[in-house]
Design a protein around this ligand. Sequence first.
Ligand SMILES: [Zn+2]
Length: 466
Amino acid sequence: MQNSRRAALTLALFLSACTTPRVSAPPSSDQLVITSVRVIDTEAANASVPQDVLIADGRIAAVAPAGQLKIPRGTRSLDGSGQFALPGLIDVHAHIGEGGAMPNSEAGRERALRQFLRYGVTTVFVPGATGAGDADWLTLTERCRAGRFACPGLYGSGSLITARGSHPVSTIFNMPDDVPAAMTEARGVTVLDPGTDVSALIAAKKAAGVTAIKIVIEDGPPPWHPKPRMGDAQIRAIVTAAHALSMPVFAHISASDHVRIALDADVDGIMHAPTDVLPASLVRRMADRGMWYVPTFSLYDGILTWARKQREADPDALSGVNAEVIDSLAAAPFLAAAAEDEAGALGYLANASENLRRVAKAGVPLALGSDVNNPFVYPGYSAHEELSSMVRAGLTPAQALRSATIGSAKFLRASDRLGRIAPGFEADLLLLARNPLETIENSRTLVSVVADGEVISDVVSSGRGL
Ligand SMILES: [Zn+2]
């Protein structure tokens, strides 16, 4: 990896010193050139003149105006004429599952990982639960690295940490308060008891290969409220221990009051939108702290659009989704009740939209998270839904795309290699038939996806339907 990165950087430096095309490299089938494609810079909010993008060993080796690169013999070629290249999408709240209401399985996990790639989601952050606990994390990432199955780039928290008797153990999982650790860890959740050695716990997670810590600051969402919540001193102890090991802490919240607790404890980011409207004083504190905001509209939106029969009518939503996943949703009684509470869901979305407008205006950093594997929140497809939701809430397409690329890359502390199409960056990109800066739904006009330098053969495109 180091060598290929250095080779790519060397090539890039060499190129920038040249005025005439004279790049040469040994013939290699590992090299790919995308020709005459307009490259989107989500930071500058523009699309370039047609460029050739040379990819070698999973990295972007060179980007130059069309026709100026000398392409090494044996390089595979992808014609990007008339198309737009967008950096690979990064979903920073993606549990590894298929969006149904069924138990986690090895086969389901593999299918879910593949689905991300088919929709152009080339990197995910897994915030615990669903077969991505501390015990599974190293094995999973090693299998991906070994090419055992197709995976997006994986970052994750391992088992998320919650208080005993709290969300999601006593709520969604419906487990008793005295549930043994082995049972919650199997679901990717660490239950924190009073007196736990927090430093040792965080160190063990770091040793398990996780890249961040996820905690739950929640006293029970409806209809389970009230439930116990993690104490302020425990939250502070976790943050102190994680920061000492250079890991950020992200918190599940559901109310403005939880955001205040997170700010007081120096938490690095919050997941989900508060159900109430954030007061201006808290928005200011979030901006001053540089606290990450990941609104995850798709959770409620999934239920709403399903209730209105929109999603089942959209073949792009269900492409590759197993019939048993759909059946599992139809059989889950609590979902019918949730879908019937349309007024409740609409009220929540209105507040979530207002909160997004407030934090965006104040300059709070934004990352895209869909909360995949909640019911109807399908892997890959949901990132495009989340982009659309963010724009409906008031962001420009460029702001939404920035959150899904450079924003999410910074959230992962990986902005030196993810989120842009530039020499030295990982070769993760989407080729689109239309410009998503003009209309966000154009993010769905996929022609090709390149992940880690490999062309994904079975992409899902809405190009014809738009
Ligand atoms: Zn989640």
